[in-house]
Design a protein around this ligand. Structure first.
Ligand SMILES: [Zn+2]
Length: 259
């Protein structure tokens, strides 16, 4: 049978909607609600109380967390996928202030395959965007570009399926460029600025890696934290509590090659 990519996506979407319909019919009030306290994917540490000083961060490093596959949605797309009047509801608060993993899960569908239980991060944004690893992109059969993770540039097409409908996003699938969030005071102590790309060491147990071309992002709302995708985190052996260290001369922890 010879069918176009669009027809294939529509076919898979119908099957997924049918499956979700069956799940909804099996007694769940909200077919996507996760069990409280049982996150299905790692989304970083809970917000911690005492934030270390910029000098401590320079000397001792800062948290490195895996940003598992996830999506961001506009309020309009939330309603199309989850029903009229629906909003994202917090499931777990993230390390960055005000950001949360929501209770809402969707299925993402590409020309080769689909991935279920993809979590939506809140709050809602002005542009919908989905972020996956390279392994995920092979499963889906798409080639998303590596882009900064907040609304920059044009991504690949992807279809999103929720319990109440589906949305085709023509340019919203990306692989997020690995990055470090820093408060401007932390950036200045570490000798870097917004937009810089630097090497960062993850000294994780008996694995560990140095990542090159790590984007620095600064904002007064940020606190020091590195975000990498699942492929990168697994390659480096990142576990909860993992640290990252900037390999810049002023960080004071430079190894051999940047002196
Ligand atoms: Zn981030």
């Amino acid at each position: 049978m010879n069918i176009s990519q669009e027809q294939l996506v529509q076919l898979v979407t119908r099957e997924v909607l049918a499956q979700l319909g069956q799940q909804l019919g099996q007694g769940s009030a909200n077919g996507t609600r996760a069990e409280p306290g049982k996150p299905t994917t790692p989304f970083g540490a809970e917000a911690s109380a005492g934030q270390p000083s910029p000098d401590q961060i320079a000397a001792e490093g800062f948290p490195c967390n895996i940003s598992a596959r996830h999506g961001h949605l506009t309020p309009e797309h939330v309603e199309q996928l989850f029903g009229p009047g629906q909003r994202l509801t917090p499931f777990k608060y993230l390390y960055q202030e005000g950001q949360f993993a929501s209770e809402q899960l969707v299925q993402i569908v590409g020309p080769r395959g689909s991935i279920s239980n993809v979590r939506i991060l809140g709050p809602e944004r002005s542009k919908s965007q989905f972020e996956v690893s390279r392994t995920d992109s092979l499963t889906l059969g798409v080639t998303p570009p590596i882009l900064q993770s907040v609304n920059h540039g044009t991504g690949a097409p992807i279809t999103i399926v929720g319990p109440r409908g589906s949305v085709h996003l023509p340019d919203s699938l990306i692989r997020a460029k690995r990055h470090v969030h820093l408060h401007p005071d932390e950036a200045s102590t570490l000798g870097v600025k917004d937009g810089d790309e630097v090497p960062v060491e993850i000294p994780a147990g008996d694995q560990g890696l140095v990542f090159y071309n790590v984007l620095i992002r600064t904002d007064p709302a940020f606190k020091a934290e590195m975000h990498i995708d699942t492929d990168e985190g697994n390659a480096a052996g990142v576990q909860p509590g993992a640290k990252a260290m900037l390999l810049t001369p002023r960080a004071g922890i430079c190894r051999t090659f940047c002196r």
